[in-house]
Design a protein around this ligand. Structure first.
Ligand code: OAD
Length: 248
């Protein structure tokens, strides 16, 4: 681990000089927009709710209404939230230096997109998008928006349920997303990891992938994470405080 007098200044110089930057974000990225993280000790969702019930297909099948309502409430929180200074710094950087930044996010909110990073690679899906629980048995291939309203909505013909478009535990990532993220990590000069505990794989492996590929790896997080060992430097601060200084 490098001992630097001013890790932020050193890192901002590396970012200014880099031609390929990969940024991986987690729930901490949106914390200052008012969206709860998962694993923070008192405020994290998984300290109050059971992920086996609320973030698995088995949990949804066991009580679809409970799970649907939980996501409906979170969806309202996402719609009401605004990108923070960290999201805006990344969006502004992408506009000023097109083609340099690949943004990879575990977040299911749309705050990176609203801040200007429309092509963010979303590893864990999109809470604002619904999809069918399984292929409709009636074979009509309707859009989930055409489902009969309910909690959750249902196919009017076969009763198939609509579910939130997020990735639950044990499920595959959206097709092509991990491959694109790994390519960006391998090619990066600088890999920046922001606001993730590093507890969920395969996203957690991207920092080490980048380091093996020769990138300078930095982690922005006010607390320790499980992947700190993959970093050359740790920047102890929050996304909204640190990112404007790095990408300004
Ligand atoms: P976690 O809740 O596991 O971790 C959030 C991290 O953000 C912690 O390390 C905090 O220290 C840090 N943090 C908190 N506030 C911050 C701030 N203002 N600025 C920067 N960092 C801050 O969230 P993730 O690592 O994203 O899965 O969790 C990974 C996945 O687990 C999520 O994508 C979700 C969850 O189950 C799905 O939704 C599929």
């Amino acid at each position: 681990m490098a001992e630097l007098d001013d890790p932020v200044r050193d890192l901002s110089e590396r970012i200014a000089a880099a031609t390929r930057i990969c940024v991986l974000t987690g729930a901490g990225m949106s914390a200052e927009s008012g969206i709860a993280t998962f694993r923070d000790a008192l405020t994290g969702l998984w300290s109050r709710f059971d992920p086996a019930q609320l973030a698995s297909e088995e949990g949804f099948r066991a009580d679809p209404q409970l799970v649907w309502d939980w996501y409906a409430e979170r969806r309202e929180g996402v719609r009401a939230a605004q990108p923070n200074a960290g999201h805006l710094a990344l969006g502004d950087f992408a506009k000023r230096r097109p083609g340099v930044l690949t943004l990879v996010s575990q977040n299911v909110d749309d705050l990176h997109q609203r801040a200007g990073n429309a092509d963010t690679i979303r590893l864990h899906g999109d809470i604002l998008a619904d999809r069918w629980l399984e292929p409709c048995r009636c074979g009509r291939r309707r859009d989930p928006h055409e489902a009969t309203p309910g909690r959750p909505p249902r196919c009017p013909d076969c009763g198939n349920l609509v579910r939130p478009g997020v990735v639950w535990f044990g499920e595959a990532l959206p097709e092509g997303a991990l491959e694109a993220a790994e390519r960006a990590a391998r090619a990066a000069d600088v890999m920046l990891v922001v606001g993730t505990s590093g507890a969920v794989w395969p996203a957690a492996g991207l920092a080490a992938t980048a380091r093996r590929g020769g990138a300078f790896v930095a982690i922005v997080n006010p607390h320790a994470s499980e992947i700190d060992g993959a970093a050359h430097v740790l920047v102890p601060g929050t996304a909204a405080q640190v990112l404007p200084r790095l990408f300004g």
